[in-house]
Design a protein around this ligand. Structure first.
Ligand SMILES: [Zn+2]
Length: 100
């Protein structure tokens, strides 16, 4: 019998963090981003994220397609503002919201 080199960490709840690229700011599960990043998101996309948010979607890991699209657009918008490369899903979502 061999002992694992890296024993798996105890099952502690990982804190929910800001979804902006590279940001590790802990935020409540119902918030997509920390306040600093959320403020960079256009109002139109902010509204779409909230409109499609379902309570508990983070716990059951099953957000709707509409929420995903709004979230991708928000994450993509912040990423572009900060000079990061965009993922294809983010580019598509931003186009769907009319941000190029
Ligand atoms: Zn952040």
């Amino acid at each position: 019998m061999t002992l694992p080199l890296f024993p798996s960490p105890p099952p502690i709840e990982r804190p929910h963090t800001c979804h902006a690229r590279g940001c590790r700011e802990p935020v409540p599960p119902e918030m997509l981003m920390c306040l600093a990043h959320w403020r960079m998101v256009p109002r139109l996309i902010q509204r779409a994220v909230w409109a499609n948010y379902r309570h508990g979607q983070c716990e059951d890991k099953n957000p709707s397609w509409a929420w995903h699209q709004a979230a991708d657009a928000a994450i993509g918008f912040v990423a572009r503002s900060e000079g990061f490369m965009l993922r294809p899903a983010e580019m598509e979502a931003m186009e769907a919201f009319g941000c190029r």
